[in-house]
Write a protein that binds this ligand. Structure first.
Ligand code: SF4
Ligand code: SF4
Length: 147
């Protein structure tokens, strides 16, 4: 169980929506495509046609709407229960464990991030947080990097 108190030492989302802006490379695999399509009660083909686009390497990613934000952003995330892993993890992403100095840079684009936090506490918290999204094998790899 993750303590909100502890999270608030590092991050408190201001709901500004900035992280949902632009073509952010929010990739989705076939499993996630099915989950989102089921959530929206549409077919996977419909989802691909109306809500996804392809990266230069051919991978599916969530499209950007006319307002410059993720097509699923409507005041907040309209697919919150099934949103992609990278959206669920932000800002406690693996890169924070690999290169903790990323944290203060990330704060430049995310006003919820509290700068100049204790790096070792941040790494510990991020590892704990990622237990909700990552496999045992991935966590084991990250733990090696963290030490
Ligand atoms: S940019 Fe940061 S503070 Fe703004 S909505 Fe996204 S996570 Fe929250
Ligand atoms: S899927 Fe949701 S959380 Fe992720 S970028 Fe789109 S609106 Fe934001």
């Amino acid at each position: 169980m993750i303590s909100n108190n502890k999270m608030s030492n590092f991050f408190e989302c201001s709901q500004c929506g900035d992280c949902c802006s632009g073509q952010g490379g929010t990739y989705v695999d076939e499993k996630k495509i099915k989950e989102i399509a089921d959530f929206l009660n549409i077919t996977q083909d419909q989802l691909k046609k109306d809500y996804l686009c392809r990266s230069s390497s051919g991978r599916y990613m969530i499209a950007c709407g006319n307002d410059g934000k993720c097509i699923f952003f409507k005041k907040n995330c309209s697919i919150h229960p099934v949103k992609p892993r990278m959206c669920r993890e932000w800002p406690f992403i693996p890169a924070v464990i690999k290169v903790p100095e990323n944290w203060d840079q990330m704060a430049e684009v995310c006003p919820g991030i509290k700068k100049q936090t204790c790096i070792s506490d941040l790494k510990k918290f991020t590892l704990e947080y990622l237990k909700t999204t990552r496999s045992h094998a991935e966590l084991a790899e990250l733990e090696k990097t963290a030490n």
